[in-house]
Each structure stands twice: as structure tokens, then as C-alpha cells.
Design a protein around this ligand. Sequence first.
Ligand code: BEZ
Ligand code: FE
Length: 301
Amino acid sequence: MHGTAPSASADLDETTVTEAAVASFRDTPDPRLRACLSILVRHLHAAVREMEPTLEEWEVAVDFLTATGQKCDDTRQEFVLLSDVLGISSLVENINHRKSSVATEATVLGPFHMTDSPERELGDSIDEVGKTEPCLVTGRIVSVDGTPLPGAGVDVWQADEDGYYDVQRPDVLPPGNGRGLFTADGEGSFSFTTVVPSYYPIPTDGPVGRLLLATNRHPYRPAHIHFIATANGHIPVTTHIFVAESPYLDSDAVFAVKSSLITDFHRLDDPGKAAEHGLPNPYVHAHVELVLEPSRGGGRG
Ligand code: BEZ
Ligand code: FE
């Protein structure tokens, strides 16, 4: 059974068509859906009114969105990539994580997160290839008042020194390379070894790549390591640390850099410390503090 048809007058014009389209959704039972559609229709009409597209331009837009959908499959989400390069993913992230001043800032998840990452022991290497200088990453997970969070979970993933995630080079990189699930110790501390990641381009072999090319935009993300930290009674945080020396910190293709997340990766020449961590000397060291906000109801997340 269909609801009532929109009662549009026969003589809708450039101005009145907007309110008619908004009114067509007035019987939407879900108030949130009704409100969002009304906002969306008003803003889309305002944009079209301002652009005054030709019919050919409208067709180009439809073709672009069609190609974006057609590029999607189980492992590729071109619509999310479009949202990323338009700054929308970052905006949604910011709206949903208006954080207290001390909590770690959240940033985009990105398409390379895997739910079946390998579980690893503290101190393990997440890099199974090891072509370059090793990098020790140490970290601590604490609550906003500084209390350590023993047993907190840390999910880590990164591109390698050439800028590739394992899933991008399945013939060369072992599955799970650059990834690990860790459980923090009794002091909320964790550590692992890896390689310093490289900056890399987001996927450009689809409509989003063509958009970047047509607009003279580069596709690069500055070098970073992704983290998701979880702890009982706290809100999980999805974030990155950015390599302080990396190019593109000021022009990330997906607008996800926050200065609080830029981290020094120091080169250390200290044979004693290197031996302590079972690393060749010299090595690189980065430290991250992941500060979580308590959740209102308690419980994990
Ligand atoms: C990433 O950092 O993995 C990423 C984020 C957004 C788009 C592409 C890649
Ligand atoms: Fe990434």
C-alpha cells in the first residue's frame, strides 16, 4: 500500500519546485529521515540553482556517480573514497568526536583496516619483511585523568617503507604485514617494532582518481600509522600518528591531519638501548600516548 502521492501543483517553476520536493517527503514516518531529506533537497536545489548546469553537465555528473558505484566491490569502496577527498569523512569524524581537550583526537578509519588482523605479543614486529632500519613504537593507553588502562586493546596498521599496505601487494607482502592486535600490559603500555611508513597515494585507478587529476590535486597522504584503542569503560578512539618529517602534512588528500597527532620519529644511536629491545643499532623510536574518554554508561566502548 503506497502512501499519499505528493500534491504538486501543475505549474511548478524554478523557485516552487524546491518546496514541492521537500513536501513530497512530509509523510515519512521516521522524523530523522524526514528532516535529513528536507535538508538535503533544499541544499542540493540551492547548489543546482547556483551552478545552473547544462543538461550535458548534469549527464556528466550522473555518469560520474554511476562510475563511482560501479567501482565498488567487497574490497573497494569508491563512495567512501569520494567522501574522503571531498573532506566529508573528516567532517563527519570531527562532528562525532567533539572531544574533551585532553583526549586523543580521532581521525578517519580509511579503507585498509582489516577486522582479522594478527594477534601479536608485546614487543613483536608487525613488519615481516624488514628491508630497512627498524623502528620501535612504544605507547601507553590512559584515561583523561592520566590513569593507565591495563589490558587495553590496540589495533595497529600501516603502509610499509614503500607506501604499500599488505592487501595492495598480495604477491610480495605476506598477509598481516604491517598489522597487529596488541593487549597493553598492567601499566597500559605496549610496544612493537616496525619500519617507518612512507607517504602514499590513495587509490587513483577509478573516478575519484580522475576527479583529482581534473582538478590538479595530488593523491598523497602523509606517512602515518593507524591505531584503534579500546578499553573497558572508555570510548574507543580511531586515530593515526603522523611522521613529523613526512611530506604532505599540510595537504593530506583526505584532510585528516591534526597537529596533535604529528609525532617525532627520532633516530637513536644507542647500542645499549638497541640491545635491550633486541634491535640493531641505530634505530628509530616513536612514542604515542592514547588518551581515552570514559564512556557514560561504563563497559567496553
Ligand atoms: C588510509 O589512511 O588508509 C586512507 C584513508 C582515506 C582514504 C584512503 C586511504
Ligand atoms: Fe593509511
